[in-house]
Design a protein around this ligand. Structure first.
Ligand code: IMP
Length: 429
């Protein structure tokens, strides 16, 4: 009966897709619970690199069933093309193994256009969204004016609803934002084709997950984004519009909390974020550039969805401890420990000075948060390349101490460490 949750403890991009890919091998069902194609999960299998935005990372394991839950928001064009690309690469995308919740909300070209004009209007305080229509679609969901995936069962009716929806948004785009309307005639044929393609995937996802849990199957719940981007628990308004934290599992998938046995927090060994908003441990120097990498490899610190260079900085344990508390984490996975090889010393923030006062828990109000300076603990680094290490005891002792220090600060066991992009570059404890 157990459900396991994999979620991000920082600002997203912690390597959740990679961790889901590892755990999927021992699971029956992988279910994505929130967000849309703003997410990007990069997974390497042998020499192949896959970049997934909506389809759960479990899809790369033959025979595993995958669900996209009702808490997600789905651009039909993106999902259809992601599925087709997977099929072209030999992945089984049959509706027997991939299901889309009827209750997921649909992203239209009008949502994308509104996302862009909203951002332009924000000027210097832009959130730095991924321009995927995420804010506007969740706005419509909360306003109860949205379109749900179940409508795609009847593509003609769906298109009629989309047409009315775009006509309404066009009035907003033209009359309020003084910008170009969406060309409805140009937009509808592709959406119709995508709806017809996706209709067979529609399913009652909560029921299927319930049946799986009752049959003692393992359901792996895949998060997107990270705790500090959560609409409720992130540093508002520099957040996404969904529930990236554990609460999103319950509402986004429609399963009861009693099924959840493990809540696995994924933490990168340093910090990154894309988009605007405060980031106390950000590095603006060569050290930050070194953490980012050159972009020559798909796992360097450049957005999977937008290609933007990520802001990089030292590990902030106030953030990881906050994620541990908000999500009730049972364990941690540390990713990209190999990137820290070669530094003489590593800095870890475990407290801040905020408005002149010492603080050791994460301030959640923007006004306080943006006035925080990290207080660093310096930890000796290690010089060895650790990408070939497969057991904890073979890590250099300073690398072991770094992990031990994080365990001590968070009170959580670090059960898995990744030391490179390949599946095998993993240390299990
Ligand atoms: P939105 O989700 O596109 O509205 O973007 C809101 C904020 O969340 C922006 O700062 C984005 O850069 C950030 N964001 C959204 N999705 C991801 C993600 O998958 N990884 C990292 N940052 C993300």
């Amino acid at each position: 009966m157990p459900a396991y949750v994999v979620l991000g403890t920082q600002w997203g991009d912690e390597g959740k897709g990679r961790v889901v890919d590892l755990l999927a091998a021992h699971s029956d069902f992988v279910a994505r619970y929130a967000g849309g194609d703003n997410a990007g999960h990069t997974i390497r299998v042998g020499d192949e690199v896959y970049k997934l935005h909506l389809v759960p990372s479990g899809v790369l394991h033959p025979g595993k069933r995958c669900a996209i839950g009702g808490g997600t928001v789905v651009n039909p064009l993106v999902l259809a093309s992601e599925l087709r690309e997977l099929a072209e690469r030999g992945i089984d995308i049959s509706p027997e193994r991939i299901m889309l919740a009827e209750t997921a909300h649909i992203i239209t070209p009008a949502h994308v256009a509104l996302d862009k004009v909203n951002e332009a209007q924000r000027g210097d305080s832009a959130i730095g969204t991924t321009s995927r229509g995420i804010g506007p679609v969740y706005t419509d969901k909360a306003a109860r004016t949205g379109l749900r995936a179940g409508l795609m069962r009847a593509p003609d009716l769906f298109i009629e609803k989309v047409k009315q929806h775009i006509e309404g948004k066009n009035r907003l785009l033209v009359d309020v934002y003084k910008t170009e309307p969406i060309d409805i005639d140009a937009a509808l044929p592709d959406l119709h084709a995508a709806a017809a393609f996706l209709a067979p995937y529609l399913a009652d996802v909560p029921l299927l997950l319930y049946q799986a849990l009752q049959a003692d199957k393992i359901v792996l719940c895949e998060g997107a984004q990270g705790t500090l981007l959560d609409i409720d628990h992130g540093i508002y308004p520099y957040v996404t519009s969904s529930s990236a934290t554990v609460g999103g599992v319950i509402t986004g998938l429609g399963i009861g909390p009693r099924y959840i046995e493990r809540i696995i927090g994924v933490a990168k060994a340093f910090s990154t974020r894309v988009g605007g908003g405060p980031f106390p441990t950000e590095l603006h120097d060569a050290l930050g550039d070194r953490l980012r990498g050159t972009g020559a490899n798909p796992w360097d610190e450049y957005g999977t969805t937008t290609g933007r260079p990520r802001r990089c900085g030292w590990l902030d344990t106030l953030v990881v401890r906050y994620a541990a508390r908000i999500n009730g984490l049972t364990e941690l996975v540390i990713t990209k420990l190999d990137v820290l090889s070669g530094f003489d010393a590593l800095q870890v923030a475990n407290s801040y000075t905020c408005n002149g006062a010492p603080v050791d828990t994460l301030p959640c109000e923007l006004e306080t948060h943006q006035d925080c300076q990290p207080i660093y603990q310096s930890i000796p680094g290690w010089q060895e390349d650790i990408m070939g290490v497969r057991s904890f005891s073979d890590l250099p002792s300073n690398a072991q101490s770094y992990v031990d220090y994080l365990e001590e600060l968070t009170g959580l066991p670090v059960k898995t460490i990744t030391v490179g992009p390949a599946r095998a570059q993993t240390i299990e404890r």
